[in-house]
Design a protein around this ligand. Structure first.
Ligand code: GLU
Length: 309
């Protein structure tokens, strides 16, 4: 709360240090920063290095340098997910105690075989919708993963799927049980899954506005379910347009998208200008530094995405 008693709104940028930021991730960083400034919110950077198997040493630090070169600096020292493992364990323990997480012994091949037997072509974006084999026990087999009991939770809270309003994309709907199934919270002895980490951290940091790339839109319904299961508040969501490469595919670290140039303030400014264009903002006229440009876009962002009520 502020001195006036008004709750502080909070936005955040949460990169995974699996590779340096590319032009696409700069769009999400810029949008979340502008959104925070337009609302007088705090803006936090959270380093999502909780997936220790995919994160590379030193990359988190260089991401912070890339952001700083663009005048995008966290209002508080960045939180690193590897410092937060106890919080994920505690949230997970609550789900287990509530009967909402269960161990699963299935290999991918076993999941495919069970789906084939059901005659259901459950391949959504190449992912398998878990057929529920281990819902009632492991049959003496060792656990490979822990899953969220989506079907059980939805049965106890009957609704017509999960609905939410994206501030850019409008009304959204997903039947998580049908389209995703019981999703993984943790691989046995492996890292906590993104869905659990992001929900726990957004709540802990009192995030009120999630602004991130449109490729993550499809994860939001799962996150809403986990928030409800854990009794956590749901932030507002805005998913930003993606930057496509020459091949028409979205830029991603996995496919080796190039880092962007921040060697000089002019180079950083040019990168920010490109990111702003993706967001529908005009070039920063007469800006001589990244921070000038950022300031000039705040009212324009507010007019586009935070129009007065
Ligand atoms: N760490 C995720 C990524 O880099 C973003 C998570 C989020 O914004 O919810 O794709």
């Amino acid at each position: 709360m502020t001195a006036s008693g008004r709750a502080v709104r909070t936005g955040r940028f949460a990169p995974s240090p699996t590779g340096p930021l590319h032009a696409g991730s700069l769009v999400a960083a810029l949008a979340s920063w502008l959104d925070a400034r337009a609302q007088g919110s705090r803006w936090l950077v959270r380093m999502e290095n909780g997936d220790t198997e995919r994160c590379l040493p030193g990359v988190g630090e260089s991401i912070l340098e890339q952001l700083a070169a663009c005048a995008l600096v966290s209002d508080e020292p960045p939180v690193w997910q590897t410092q937060r493992l106890l919080a994920y364990q505690q949230a997970f323990d609550r789900l287990v105690a509530a009967g909402l997480a269960y161990p699963c012994a299935c290999s991918r091949a076993e999941i495919d075989a069970a789906l084939a037997q059901q005659g259901v072509p459950h391949t959504r974006h190449g992912e398998r919708v878990y057929p529920g084999t281990c819902r009632n026990g492991l049959d003496g087999k060792p656990a490979r993963a822990w899953r969220f009991a989506t079907a059980r939770f939805e049965a106890a809270h009957p609704t017509e799927g999960v609905t939410w309003i994206d501030r850019r994309l409008g009304p959204q709907w997903q039947d998580v049980a049908q389209e995703v199934g019981d999703f993984v919270l943790r691989r046995a002895d492996g890292p906590w899954a993104y869905q659990l980490r992001v929900v726990v951290d957004d709540a802990e940091q009192h995030v009120t506005d999630v602004v991130r790339g449109e490729d993550l839109t499809d994860n939001t319904a799962r996150q809403l379910l986990l928030q409800r299961a854990l009794g956590l508040p749901t932030p507002r969501y805005l998913h930003t347009p993606l930057v496509l490469g020459a091949d028409g595919e979205k830029l991603s670290k996995q496919t080796g998208a190039a880092s962007f140039d921040t060697r000089t303030p002019q180079a950083a400014l040019a990168e920010l200008d490109k990111a702003a264009r993706v967001l529908g903002l005009p070039p920063a006229q007469q800006a001589i530094s990244p921070s000038d440009a950022l300031t000039s876009w705040v009212p324009q962002w507010a007019a586009l995405y935070n129009p007065p009520p």
